[in-house]
Design a protein around this ligand. Structure first.
Ligand SMILES: C[S@@+](CC[C@H](N)C(=O)[O-])C[C@H]1O[C@@H](n2cnc3c(N)ncnc32)[C@H](O)[C@@H]1O
Length: 200
């Protein structure tokens, strides 16, 4: 299935630092810890998931875990705006289930159309919502909800969670946020579910 390079946390942290210095939208100087990745992804029913989308994969710490857990016939669309990260993901992960798109998540509707995808089961997001304008944030949450199947989950991990619960609740039923104080930097995790009301 997947032919991935060996994950080296120190080398990966140096790449985050380098990419962050060239592009502040990278928003982190270190990859999310593997414990946090497992915690976020524990909400995913991998036996049922057919299409998963990742917003802001960076160096691919979630991407690799998702591919390790996914069914052989499922798909993962990873949308990364930073050129060096997208290039590195393409060259370091060789798996036919993965498509790396080098673009902004703001284009989610067109990206899914380009990949002939009508419904997504899970969307995992690390993109920095606080960096987007209010209009972009709202549109992204709306488009994300529309892309998901009824009951589908939007899993969001953020350094700055200010206003996020309110924003997500415009299109999702939002669970109580979980804190990850041991991640560097500390993160807040939200599980947002597309409800029947949002689906109709
Ligand atoms: C906080 S980092 C998370 C990286 C990685 N998923 C992790 O957990 O270590 C945020 C990532 O989102 C990417 N990003 C920021 N804005 C984006 C956008 N509008 N569209 C796609 N990716 C974006 C950044 O380049 C970066 O890789």
């Amino acid at each position: 299935m997947a032919e991935n390079d060996k994950y080296n946390p120190l080398a990966m942290t140096l790449r985050y630092l380098k990419n962050f210095l060239g592009d502040r939208n990278v928003a982190s100087i270190a990859p999310t810890s593997r414990a946090t990745v497992r915690r976020v992804c524990s909400a995913i029913d991998f036996a049922k998931a057919r299409v998963i989308v990742e917003y802001g994969p960076g160096g691919g710490v979630f991407t690799r875990h998702l591919l390790d857990c996914m069914r052989p016939d499922s798909r993962l669309i990873a949308i990364e705006k930073n050129g060096p990260f997208a290039k590195e993901l393409r060259s370091s992960i060789n798996d036919p289930r993965l498509s790396v798109v080098c673009d902004g998540v703001e284009k989610i509707v067109d990206i899914l159309k380009d990949h002939d995808i009508e419904e997504v089961d899970y969307i995992i997001s690390g993109v920095p919502f606080s960096f987007f304008s209010e209009d972009v944030r709202r549109q992204l949450v709306k488009d994300t909800s529309e892309a998901l199947v009824p009951g589908g989950l939007f899993l969001v991990y953020q350094v700055n969670p200010e206003g996020l619960a309110e924003l997500l609740s415009t299109a999702f039923e939002v669970g109580k946020p979980k804190r990850e104080p041991l991640n560097l930097p500390p993160l807040c995790i939200y599980t947002a579910q597309k409800t029947a009301a949002a689906a109709s």
